[in-house]
Design a protein around this ligand. Structure first.
Ligand SMILES: [Zn+2]
Ligand SMILES: [Zn+2]
Length: 296
């Protein structure tokens, strides 16, 4: 459900593991349901162990103290019976905790919030493909910048991850018949082509840079093949840079993506694009149904 909501279709364009990270780490911050359930289970177990009077406490102590002790989360009382062979539910929690590296974390408190915080902090940042030169934290800050609208953020995020459905991207997934750019270029239409190398992109940037009123906001020097995808290389620190990045995104969103989509849809036909073909050519009027002739 959550993944379909993110992509708007059944086609997933990035690994799920990437989407589950926090937004500032280059992801979408989709909740990891399995992880949440396991962490809740673990936190409840640790709480139960501490309940001295209750039966659930005794049960939890009998099975869980041997492995919780190794994580430093409770003490093992050797005067009461305990088991090294916990039931499968506890075993799942134990495996999860060990895989996640909780024993080495040295947590003293084991509430849901603390464990979740530990997971969040141990996440690594996703580095965009094909862009090792820039600091990824600046890229993700640019992509998430508050001056952009949600739609612009989506497009910027997908371009940074190179998962915007360009023809080259769709061709590799057997969703388009050709990867050639539909604007008459000989090159395949990958993301760099769409926003930078394509004749249409060149024309749009040229118009903006050459127009007197826009030139003040978007100087020619600010436009590079990288800044078009990832935003200003030093981050959006000043209001001028923010405005530049916003204008760039406006153009990328409005002019390129929409113009491009409409054109590609009309030309490609077939497959996933049938819906739009249907709109472009309204269905022929049905012939009126003749009443069946009665035999005389
Ligand atoms: Zn082109
Ligand atoms: Zn195109």
């Amino acid at each position: 459900m959550a993944f379909r909501f993110v992509w708007g279709s059944t086609m997933e364009k990035l690994k799920r593991a990437t989407l589950l990270k926090e937004e500032k780490n280059g992801s979408r911050g989709v909740p990891d349901i399995v992880n949440i359930i396991l962490v809740q289970g673990l936190a409840t177990l640790v709480q139960n162990v501490q309940k001295v009077e209750k039966a659930s406490g005794t049960f939890a102590r009998y099975y869980a103290t041997p492995f919780l002790r190794t994580m430093g989360l409770c003490a093992l009382d050797l005067t009461v019976p305990y088991s090294w062979d916990p039931p499968y539910v506890y075993r799942a929690l134990k495996d999860f905790a060990f895989e996640a590296g909780l024993p080495r974390a040295g947590l003293t408190l084991c509430t849901y919030k603390v464990i979740m915080g530990f997971f969040r902090s141990s996440q690594t940042m996703t580095v965009p493909r094909g862009c090792p030169a820039l600091d990824p934290s600046i890229i993700w800050a640019n992509v998430l910048h508050t001056s952009l609208s949600n739609k612009q953020k989506d497009i910027a995020w997908m371009s940074a991850h190179m998962c915007l459905p360009t023809r080259s991207f769709m061709y590799k997934r057997h969703l388009a018949r050709t990867e050639r750019c539909p604007h008459g270029c000989t090159d395949s239409e990958h993301i760099h082509h769409l926003f930078w190398e394509c004749s249409v992109a060149r024309r749009v940037w040229g118009l903006v840079v050459s127009s007197v009123s826009q030139n003040r906001f978007l100087p020619r020097s600010s436009l590079t093949a990288e800044s078009v995808l990832y935003g200003p290389p030093g981050g959006c620190k000043t209001p001028e840079l923010q405005l530049q990045w916003r204008i760039q995104n406006l153009l990328q969103d409005g002019v390129m993506v929409d113009f491009h989509k409409n054109k590609c849809k009309r030309e490609m036909g077939g497959g996933a694009l049938e819906r739009t073909d249907h709109l472009a050519h309204p269905p022929k009027e049905r012939e009126p149904i003749q009443p069946p002739m009665r035999e005389l």
